[in-house]
Design a protein around this ligand. Structure first.
Ligand code: SF4
Length: 315
């Protein structure tokens, strides 16, 4: 059975219910607070870090000569360079991390729905985009999961985020131990169906890399493996790919199941294919069969056990 390592996650400080918002308000996001219990959390509040206090006058984003600028209308301060310098410095000094959970809509942290204006006063709407700190996160960590609490209300986005941070934590911790090739091979085997769902191409490339392991030192091998693995998990898996993987796993049990069980399962799978239900009920059925038939190989697959069960149902 999979033992979960703690993902190392960068949180917007306000998502930990610290009163750092411009108005001193507190955010209680049930999912962010629950997830925090399962993670090693590093917090950051870019606005406090550039010297703005609590409470503070609002800052906004606006466009000037095709550049996004940060401005505080009440004081007339242009904070663009301060924010960019802080972001470069903070992100450049981070250890290896497994993900970012940032605050939506914020001119600093927002990964979605941040208001951008045409004017310095923030009166004329230009577009919705992302905050300046968040922009730097995406630029510097292109294949590391980064979401905001708003986007994580979508069950599919949440499922993918959780899956990725927990498996990246496994890989990071494997690298922190004294290097052993057999650990990496076992990791690859346990992620076979996950990789198959995300990207067949990467599954093949990673397999080839391990088959040619003697060409590299262990450090080179694991470095290359990490790059390809992160890239694989950056692909948004299609329902067709998941259906294919589910059929593969179903094949382990189909001869041992009763007709009614098979029909019910295939009915649910068809609903999933048509986007009428999400993946979770299907995975739960496969997992219960893996327990019933004591299939250790499948029970070790991250595909069937992507993250702790306690994170499954949080509103
Ligand atoms: S959204 Fe970011 S900058 Fe704003 S209070 Fe939260 S952590 Fe600080």
């Amino acid at each position: 059975m999979r033992k979960f390592n703690k993902p190392k996650i960068i949180y917007s400080t306000c998502l930990t219910s610290e009163p750092v918002r411009y108005d001193g308000g507190i955010i209680r996001d049930a999912f962010a607070l629950k997830l925090k219990e399962f993670c090693e959390v590093i917090t950051v509040c870019p606005e406090i870090s550039i010297g703005l206090g609590v409470p503070r006058d609002k800052i906004i984003l606006y466009v000037e000569e095709n550049r996004i600028k940060v401005y505080q209308p009440k004081t007339g301060l242009d904070l663009t360079n301060k924010m960019l310098d802080f972001s470069e410095d903070f992100l450049g000094k981070l250890p290896e991390v497994d993900g970012f959970l940032l605050k939506s809509k914020s001119p600093s942290c927002g990964l979605s729905n941040t208001m951008i204006y045409k004017d310095k006063e923030g009166k004329i709407f230009h577009s919705k985009g992302i905050g300046l700190f968040a922009h730097k996160v995406l630029e510097k960590f292109p294949n590391i999961p980064a979401e905001d609490e708003g986007r994580l209300r979508n069950p599919e986005i949440r499922e993918r985020f959780l899956t990725r941070i927990f498996v990246l934590a496994d890989l990071r911790i494997l690298k922190e131990r004294p290097p052993k090739i057999r650990d990496l091979i076992e990791f690859h085997q346990n992620n076979k169906y996950l990789l198959m769902a995300y990207s067949q191409k990467h599954l093949k490339e990673l397999g080839n890399l391990l088959a040619n392991q003697t060409k590299y030192s262990f450090e080179e091998l694991i470095e290359k493996y990490t790059i390809f693995f992160r890239e694989a998990l950056s692909v948004i898996p299609k329902r067709g790919n998941h259906t294919n993987v589910i059929f593969h796993i179903y094949g382990y049990f189909s001869k041992k199941l009763k007709e009614g069980e098979k029909n019910h399962f295939l009915y649910l799978l068809n609903l999933y294919r048509k986007a009428k239900i999400n993946l979770r009920p299907i995975i739960e059925i496969l997992k219960s069969w893996a327990y019933r038939f004591d299939d250790q190989y499948l029970l070790n697959q991250t595909y069937l056990n992507p993250y702790p069960d306690e994170l499954t149902h949080i509103e």
